[in-house]
Design a protein around this ligand. Structure first.
Ligand SMILES: [Zn+2]
Ligand SMILES: [Zn+2]
Length: 103
């Protein structure tokens, strides 16, 4: 179990019933008591293919990633190249803390 520090530990945070971590965003639907992260719910119940592959749901984050990449290609941009230059810039500015990877 993770230890949550700061203001979150003082609040009665709703915990995702699938992963147990606090749900910070407003994806809680009182209608069907889906007290889960949207992402956890999608991958547990809706995403019916390999988790590394996009499913047919247009709200699937992996599907959307694919759509955005296709749109970029249509605009004559190379998504991989854009990603690399973004990462390059982020490292150069030293503003990355969460995307940092060991070299
Ligand atoms: Zn969750
Ligand atoms: Zn999906």
């Amino acid at each position: 179990m993770e230890i949550f520090e700061g203001s979150w530990s003082k609040m009665e945070a709703v915990r995702c019933r699938l992963c147990g971590r606090p749900v910070r965003t407003n994806h809680i639907d009182p209608e069907d008591a889906a007290d889960t992260h949207w992402m956890c719910y999608h991958f547990a119940y809706e995403h019916d293919v390999d988790p590394d592959q996009p499913c047919s749901d247009v709200t699937c984050p992996l599907r959307q990633n694919e759509i955005f990449r296709a749109c970029l290609r249509q605009l004559g941009q190379d998504p991989e190249q854009l990603l690399l230059s973004f990462l390059d810039e982020t490292y150069r500015r030293g503003t990355s803390d969460r995307t940092q990877r060991p070299h």
